[in-house]
Write a protein that binds this ligand. Structure first.
Ligand code: LMR
Length: 334
């Protein structure tokens, strides 16, 4: 009898351990954009790769479109461990205390993806990610989105067209300075609130890569979209440090592999996703696309070049210089 119940007890313990062992490690990956964007697709790809490479021992659940948290809240949630993974835009690290990431917001800092990758794929990009560790966060990768367009209900062709326009920006002091240099009135706002703010006239216009503009339907409430390519928007994929370092090494290794593959994918699709979104905006006929003449573009650059000097104290003069050196271009010389 006693042996029987001992055996039964052992059996249920073994079963319970079995269940425990089979219980996957949960990773909540929260982000603010649509699933059908470069970031949304890359997050899903990472989730699939993580499952495959860990034989189901890790379950990544992606929460797109601010369904879990808005911009500011998601950073706090990551630090508190309520979510494990995010990919905020590089413009949103100021509130976390790593304002150097705002360097990526400097207007016309990069000529295109090739120049950008010299930074995100090189020592400067790595050193920036390393700064996050002090904040209880680890930077795993850079994911591209793309180069921004400006939108409004009036055509924005030259800097004087911005005068008095209320323009929504992300929480970056560099973007604030950029809009002021154009004569606009910048307003910081969470991404999830932009469509409604544009629709109701709380703000007049905004900036974003075409993939964000299109998937949030902003073009339906903006009459004009200027193809200015005046700045870059991309992401740092970040995780809660304590969570990541507490993972079994084999699991962490598999997730690092999954991240490396998802990053290649993210950076492969970003340009095309933006081109397709722009084509769809055009097709919709809801916004008129404005292509700048070379003379107009020069006016934009002249108005915006001083932002580089003005923001040197905030983001770091040496950091800006190291980016000029890595890319071989220096707009501040204009
Ligand atoms: C924005 O707030 O405009 C963007 O950062 C959204 C995003 O994550 O691409």
């Amino acid at each position: 009898m006693r042996t029987g119940s001992l055996l039964m007890g052992l059996l249920s313990l073994v079963c319970a351990l079995g269940v425990l062992a089979a219980e996957p490690i949960d990773i909540k990956f929260s982000h603010v954009v649509a699933a059908d964007t470069p970031k949304g697709k890359a997050a899903e790809r990472f989730a699939q790769l993580a499952k495959d490479k860990t034989q189901g021992r890790v379950k990544v659940t992606v929460y797109p479109n601010s369904t879990l948290y808005k911009d500011k809240e998601e950073m706090e949630a990551l630090q508190l461990g309520a979510v494990q993974m995010l990919a905020p835009s590089l413009a949103k690290f100021g509130p976390l205390g790593v304002k150097e990431f705002e360097v990526f917001d400097l207007p016309y800092l990069f000529d295109g993806y090739e120049q950008l990758h010299k930074v995100t794929g090189g020592p400067v990009g790595k050193a920036l990610l390393d700064k996050l560790a002090d904040k209880g966060v680890l930077g795993l990768a850079y994911w591209d989105n793309g180069f921004k367009v400006m939108s409004a209900n009036k055509p924005l062709k030259v800097p004087k067209d911005f005068r008095g326009q209320k323009m929504r920006i992300q929480s970056s002091k560099v973007l604030d300075a950029q809009m002021r240099a154009l004569g606009a009135n910048p307003q910081v706002m969470a991404f999830s609130e932009v469509y409604q703010a544009l629709q109701t006239g709380v703000v007049d216009g905004t900036e974003n890569p075409p993939s964000n503009l299109y998937t949030q339907k902003m073009h339906e409430v903006q009459k004009y979209v200027t193809l200015s390519d005046h700045g870059y928007l991309g992401y740092a994929v970040i995780v809660n440090k304590a969570f990541w370092e507490g993972l079994p090494p084999d699991i962490r290794g598999a997730l690092e592999e999954a991240m490396a593959e998802a990053t290649v994918y993210a950076n492969e699709i970003a340009k095309q996703e933006n081109e397709e979104s722009l084509a769809k905006v055009k097709e919709s006929g809801k916004s008129e696309l404005i292509t700048l003449t070379p003379e107009q573009k020069t006016e934009w650059k002249k108005a915006l070049a001083p932002v580089h000097r003005k923001m040197a104290d905030r983001v770091g003069k040496d950091l800006i210089q190291s980016i000029y050196e890595a890319t071989g271009s220096d707009i501040s010389k204009l």
